[in-house]
Each structure stands twice: as C-alpha cells, then as structure tokens.
Design a protein around this ligand. Structure first.
Ligand code: NDP
Length: 284
C-alpha cells in the first residue's frame, strides 16, 4: 500500500515544537528575530513574504519586513543588510528573490553574514554543506530531508536521482543525500534519455517546474517519489511535476502537491531562525 507523505503533518508537529523552544528562549530574555527584505511589487513575492511573517509570528518569532521599490540602488540594499548584520535582535536575514536586474544577486547574498543566512544561500554555507560541516541548509531541501526521516525512508545505499539542478533545490538536496550515503545522479534539461535514468531511481526527487514531467512509465516499482514542483493551472489549481494519480499506484512512498514539500519549506525557515538564535546564545 502506497504511503502518502504529507508535509503538513510534520510541519504542524515541528511548528508546535518550535513554539515551545521559542517560549524557553523567552525565559532567557531572547526572542528570535527574522528580517525579510523585499524589493519591488511582485505579487507572488509579496504573498510569500506575508505567509513567512504570519508563520513566524504564530510561533513567537519577531519579524521585521523592509520593502523597497524596484528602482532601488544596490548600495542602499547592501547598507540595509549590513544594519541587520550588526543588529543583535535579528538572528536571520532573508532577501526575497528574484531581485531587479540592476542588483547583483550573488553580491547581495554574499553580504548577509553566514551566521544569519537562514536561507543557506551564502557560498560559505554552500561550502559547509558540500564539506558535510554544520551550517545553514536551504529550506526546501532541508524540509525534504526531515520528511524522509519522519516517514522512515532509508537513504544510505539507495540510488537517488535528482531531476533539476538549481542552487536552491536540486543541488543542495543531492548534496544532502550524498552526505547520507546515497548514490546520487543529477538530471537536467540537457540530460539524454531521462526515462532510462529515472527508472533506476530508488529515490526520485523532482524539481523542474513543469507539470507531468514524470509519468508512471518513468519510475521503478516501489520507488520513493518526492515532488517539489509547483505549477499553477489557469483554473487556479496547483499541480506538481509528477503525474500523481498514475505514479502513486507504482510507488511505495510519494509526496502530494499541494500539502507535500511546500509546508515544510516555511517551517524550515522558522527552524533555521530558532537554530540561529540558539547558536548565538551558546556563543555569548
Ligand atoms: P529552476 O527553474 O531554477 O530549475 C529547474 C531545473 O529543472 C533546472 O535545473 C532545469 O535544467 C531542469 N529542467 C527543466 N526542464 C527539464 C526537463 N524537461 N527535464 C529535466 N530537467 C529539466 O527551478 P527551482 O529549482 O527553483 O524550482 C523547481 C520547481 O520547484 C518549481 O516549480 C518551483 O516553483 C518549485 N519550488 C517549490 C518549493 C516548495 O516549497 N514547494 C520551493 C522551491 C521551488 P537546466 O539547469 O538545464 O536549465
């Protein structure tokens, strides 16, 4: 019988545990603080920021949102990040992407202090993950790792195939699984014979952003399938990259869309912010 891995279930449990941790920190007069910077008027970005703020406040994290117009100069953004870098009430700094073209995204991400980089995009944190050293791990892949552990999916020795090689999902989840002793193969838009490779996967992670990229004939019987994709149809419905109804008949474990990986991503942002506050206390 196929097990559906709901992210909502684990996300609710983790948020409740994090709320307790924030209450414990309050007894030591510490309130984790998250600064979110948004540039421009993009509707989706504004929605994500609102959801992040509400989720943070629900568990007692203080959040500070700074909004800039899309004609913002790079130096102004760097100055604001540096203020947050020095602000002791802020433990996590997040710059909502994408940024307008006059701003160099890499330079901005490198301005955030690695100790406050709760998105895990700073090259120092990317390097730490690559070296299997402690550091901030990007939220979506970290959420996937937590889900696999929660649902008892063994990783060591498995052939993990990752479809998608972005810096925010594909590469870091591959690195996490490699660190956990999986044998990892990356696929992308130039991969030839995708189906031949996905059919070998014991664990298939799909982060492409195109509905129905993975169909039933592309998977091995008994595989574990994690669908990261989000595509909004004209009807307003959101679907993943995997043809869920047909694939679920053949898989042993599968995440749905919605209610799969998505709810874990924001939970991991809260997790990283609380972790940052705890780490900073232990260093005082
Ligand atoms: P990107 O667009 O950055 O990366 C997509 C990747 O898919 C690229 O590596 C691309 O290859 C590869 N790709 C594109 N077409 C194909 C194809 N036909 N076959 C194989 N590989 C292909 O996307 P993201 O990683 O940022 O996001 C992926 C999806 O996950 C999106 O739908 C996004 O909305 C969703 N997402 C969901 C999150 C959540 O919390 N649920 C969080 C983050 C993302 P190449 O490198 O060659 O171009």
């Amino acid at each position: 019988m196929t097990k559906i891995m709901y992210g909502t279930e684990l996300a609710n449990k983790m948020r409740s545990d994090l709320k307790n941790e924030v209450e414990d920190l309050a007894k030591k007069n510490i309130q984790p603080g998250l600064a979110v910077i948004i540039v421009g008027d993009d509707y989706a970005s504004k929605t994500y920021v609102r959801i992040k703020r509400n989720a943070a406040e629900k568990i007692g994290i203080y959040s500070k949102i700074v909004e800039f117009t899309d004609d913002l100069q790079e130096e102004t953004l760097i100055k604001k990040i540096n203020e947050f870098n020095e602000d002791e009430s802020i433990h996590g700094i997040l710059v909502q992407l994408p940024l307008p073209p006059q701003i160099d995204e890499r330079k901005i991400l490198e301005t955030i202090k690695p100790e406050k980089d709760v998105d895990g995009f700073h090259p120092i944190n990317v390097g730490r993950l690559s070296n299997n050293q402690p550091g901030f791990i990007p939220c979506t892949p970290l959420g996937i790792e937590k889900m696999l552990t929660y649902y008892g999916v063994e990783v060591a020795g498995k052939h993990a195939v990752i479809v998608g090689r972005s810096n925010i999902v594909g590469k870091p989840i591959g690195q996490i699984l490699l660190n956990k002793d999986a044998t990892v193969t990356f696929c992308h838009s130039k991969t030839k014979n995708l189906k031949e490779i996905t059919k070998q996967a014991d664990l298939l992670i799909v982060a492409v952003g195109q509905a129905h990229t993975i169909t039933e004939d592309m998977i091995k019987k008994g595989a574990v399938i994690v669908d990261v994709g989000n595509t909004y149809l004209e009807s307003g419905k959101v679907v993943g990259d995997v043809a869920f109804e047909e694939v679920k008949e053949k898989a042993d474990f599968i995440t749905p869309v919605p209610k799969g990986v998505g709810p874990m991503t924001i939970t991991m942002l809260l997790y990283n912010t609380v972790l940052s506050a705890k780490t900073q206390i232990s260093q005082d």
